[in-house]
Design a protein around this ligand. Structure first.
Ligand code: HEM
Length: 420
C-alpha cells in the first residue's frame, strides 16, 4: 500500500528503474491503479481508446469551477473552442520579443540573488517571467497592470493537486478543511481577475468567453476559464526553466557548446531562427525528458478494458508516468544521461523525444504546446547568452509534486553574468 503525496515523483523515478518499461498495478489511497510506463500503452489510453479514459477531477472541479482543463466530452469541446483558436494562431515574432525581454529581467534578478549569496534559485522569478509573457501576449496587458498575484495562482495549483487522487465520495475531515481553504483562495484569485471584465480591456479572446458566458444556461464563467488558462499557461513553463538551469549547471561543457551556438545567432526574432539551433532545441527537449514538468497525468476508466496484459475494471485509475515512459531502456540507451545528438537531429520531428512526449498526446494534448516551445526557446537562448550557471550543491534533486514537478527549496544553482 502506497500513500500518495507531494512525494510521488521519487516513487516514479524508482519505479522507472526497477520495473523499466513495464506497467505496474497497485493500490493507491485505496484505489486500484495502473501506472503506465511505456509509450504504446500511453498512446492507447490517450489517443486510440481515449473515449474510455476520462479526466477524473471531481474535487478539482468543485474547488476551481468549470474550464477546459477539467471537463470531458461535449462540455470540454465547448470550453476548448473558447481559447484554442487563439493558442493556434499567436504571433511568434511577438512571443519571441516578449520572451527575450522578460528573460532578460528574470536573469538579471537571478544574478542579483546569487550575488547576494542566495544558494538556490527562486521559483517565483520563473513564474513571473512566464506569466508576464503569457498575459502580455494574449491580453495585451502587462503583469503589473493586471494586478494578478502570481503566488495566489501557484498556491491554488498546489492546493488542488492534493485532491487529484481522491476518488469521488471519499473525503476525510482534513480534506474537507483544505477544500474550504481552497475555495477561499479561489475567491481571492477571482477578485484579482476583475480587470478582465473592464470594457476597456476587452480583446477578441475575452469577448469570445464573455459572449459564451452570456448565453442562456451557459456553464461558462470568465474567471474560472481564465484561472485554469493562466495556471496552465505559466506554471509548467516556469518549472521547465528551473530544470533547464539545473541541467545547464550540471553540464558545464555542454553549456559552453550551447553558448557558442547561440552567439552564432545572437539576435533571433522568430520561431524559425530559434528552431534551427539544433543544440538549443535538443537541450530543451532533454530537460523535458529528464525532468518532465508535468510528470504524470491521471485518468479513470469508464468501462472494463485491457491495457497491455492488464485487465482494467470500470472506475480503475490510470496514471500515465511520463517519467517512466521517457526512461524506457528499450528506447533510450542511457535514459538517465543527457543525450545530445548530432547536427541533423531535430527533437521536433522525433515522437520519442522529450518534446514529443511531455506535452501528452491525442485529443487532450497540451493546448499551448507551440506557444510553450517558442517561449522556452526565447527564454533559454537569452539565459545562455547573458549568464553562466554553476551548481552550489551535488545533492540529488528533492522532487516535489504540486501539479508540476519542482525541486523543493529551489534549484541549487549560482547565476553569474557573462562578460562579453
Ligand atoms: C513546458 C511547458 C508545458 C508543458 C510540459 C505542458 C504539458 C501539458 C500536458 C501534459 C497537458 C495534459 C494534461 C492532462 O491531460 O491531464 C497539458 C494541457 C494543457 N496545456 Fe500545457 N504544457 C505546457 C505549457 C502550456 C502553455 C504555455 C499553455 C498555454 C499557452 C498550455 C495550455 C494547456 C491547456 C489549455 C491544456 C488543456 C488541454 C485540454 O485538455 O483542453 N500549456 N499541458
Amino acid at each position: 500500500m502506497h500513500h500518495l503525496s507531494t512525494d510521488i515523483c521519487h516513487y516514479l523515478y524508482s519505479l522507472a528503474d526497477e520495473q523499466n518499461g513495464n506497467n505496474v498495478s497497485l493500490e493507491l489511497n485505496g484505489v486500484s491503479t495502473l501506472i503506465v510506463q511505456n509509450r504504446e500503452d500511453a498512446e492507447y489510453v490517450l489517443r486510440r481508446n481515449y473515449e474510455n479514459y476520462e479526466k477524473n477531477m471531481a474535487w478539482f472541479k468543485q474547488a476551481l469551477g468549470t474550464s477546459r482543463f477539467f471537463e470531458n466530452g461535449q462540455i470540454w469541446k465547448l470550453h476548448k473552442n473558447l481559447t484554442q483558436p487563439f493558442l493556434n494562431r499567436f504571433d511568434d515574432q511577438q512571443t519571441v520579443k516578449l520572451s527575450i525581454h522578460h528573460a532578460q529581467q528574470g536573469v538579471a534578478q537571478l544574478i542579483d540573488d546569487s550575488c547576494a549569496g542566495q544558494p538556490t534559485l527562486d521559483d517565483g522569478i520563473f513564474r513571473k517571467m512566464a506569466m508576464a509573457v503569457f498575459i502580455e501576449n494574449f491580453f495585451q496587458v502587462s503583469l503589473e497592470e493586471s494586478g494578478i498575484n502570481i503566488d495566489n495562482i501557484a498556491e491554488l495549483m498546489e492546493f488542488s493537486s492534493e485532491f487529484s487522487f481522491i476518488p469521488a465520495g471519499i473525503l476525510n475531515t482534513q480534506h474537507r478543511r483544505r477544500l474550504v481553504k481552497l475555495r477561499a483562495l479561489r475567491r481571492q484569485v477571482n477578485a484579482d481577475l476583475k480587470i478582465f471584465r473592464d470594457p476597456e480591456r476587452i480583446n477578441p479572446l475575452l469577448a469570445r468567453i464573455l459572449n459564451a458566458e452570456a448565453e442562456p444556461g451557459s456553464q461558462v464563467v470568465l474567471e474560472e476559464e481564465l484561472m485554469a488558462f493562466l495556471a496552465a499557461g505559466s506554471e509548467s513553463t516556469a518549472a521547465t526553466m528551473s530544470w533547464v538551469c539545473y541541467l545547464l549547471a550540471n553540464h558545464p561543457e555542454q553549456q559552453e557548446r550551447l553558448y557558442q551556438e547561440v552567439m552564432m545567432h545572437p539576435h533571433p526574432t522568430n520561431w524559425q531562427q530559434l528552431s534551427q539551433m539544433p543544440g538549443l532545441m535538443t537541450f530543451i527537449s532533454e530537460a523535458l525528458r529528464l525532468y518532465p514538468p508535468i510528470p504524470i497525468i491521471i485518468r479513470q476508466a469508464i468501462g472494463a478494458d485491457k491495457i497491455g496484459n492488464d485487465a482494467i475494471s470500470a472506475r480503475q485509475n490510470i496514471i500515465i508516468s511520463f517519467i517512466g515512459i521517457m526512461r524506457n531502456k528499450n528506447v533510450y540507451p542511457n535514459p538517465a544521461e543527457l543525450n545530445l545528438r548530432d547536427e541533423d537531429y531535430s527533437p521536433l520531428n522525433d515522437k520519442e523525444s522529450g518534446i514529443g512526449i511531455s506535452f501528452s498526446h491525442g485529443p487532450r494534448i497540451c493546448g499551448g504546446k507551440d506557444f510553450a516551445l517558442v517561449e522556452l526557446a526565447g527564454f533559454v537562448h537569452t539565459f545562455l547568452k547573458q549568464a553562466s550557471f554553476t551548481l552550489t550543491s551535488d545533492l540529488p534533486p528533492r522532487f516535489y509534486w504540486k501539479s508540476q514537478m519542482i525541486n523543493q527549496g529551489g534549484q541549487p544553482v549560482r547565476v553569474t553574468p557573462r562578460l562579453d
